[in-house]
Design a protein around this ligand. Structure first.
Ligand code: HEC
Length: 114
C-alpha cells in the first residue's frame, strides 16, 4: 500500500484552517435586527436609514460595512475618540455592530445633495 502523501495532508489541513478561519471571523449579520437597533438608538442623529439631515452627524448610509464596523469598534475601544459615539458604542455587542454595519451599508447613500 502506498504511504500517505505528507504534502497532500498538509494541503488539506491548510484548506480546513482557511475555511474555519473565514467562518469564525465573519459574524453573520442580521439586517432586521440591525434596522431595529438603528431605529431605537441611532436614528435620532443619523436618520432612520443613515442619511442624516444635519451637518453635525455624518451620513452612514451606503458606506462600506467593514468601515462602519471598524468605526464602531474603535469608538467602543476608545481607539477613535468621540464623547458622543463612545457612549453609544459602549452598549453594542459584536453582533449588534455586525448587524448595524450591514444594515446601514445596505441603505442607499445616493440621496446626498451637495
Ligand atoms: C446623539 C447623536 C448620535 C447618536 C444617537 C449616534 N451617533 Fe453616530 N455619530 C454621531 C456624531 C456626532 C459622529 C461624529 C463623531 C466623530 O467626529 O468621530 C458620529 C459618527 C458615527 C460613525 C462614523 C462615521 C464616519 O463617517 O466615520 C458611525 C459609523 C456612527 N456614528 C454610527 C452610529 C450608530 C450605529 C449609532 C447607533 C448605535 C449611532 N451612531 C448613534 C452622533 C450620534
Amino acid at each position: 500500500m502506498a504511504k500517505a502523501n505528507p504534502v497532500k495532508k498538509l494541503h488539506l489541513s491548510a484548506i480546513v484552517l482557511v475555511l474555519y478561519g473565514a467562518a469564525s471571523f465573519a459574524t453573520a449579520a442580521d439586517l432586521e435586527a440591525g434596522k431595529k437597533k438603528a431605529a431605537e438608538v441611532c436614528a435620532a442623529c443619523h436618520g432612520p436609514d443613515g442619511n442624516s439631515q444635519a451637518a453635525d452627524f455624518p451620513r452612514v448610509a451606503g458606506q462600506h460595512p467593514d468601515y462602519l464596523r471598524k468605526a464602531l469598534r474603535d469608538y467602543r475601544s476608545g481607539a477613535r475618540k468621540d464623547a458622543v459615539m463612545a457612549g453609544f458604542a459602549k452598549g453594542l455587542t459584536d453582533q449588534d455592530i455586525a448587524n448595524l454595519a450591514a444594515y446601514f451599508a445596505s441603505q442607499s447613500g445616493l440621496s446626498i445633495k451637495y
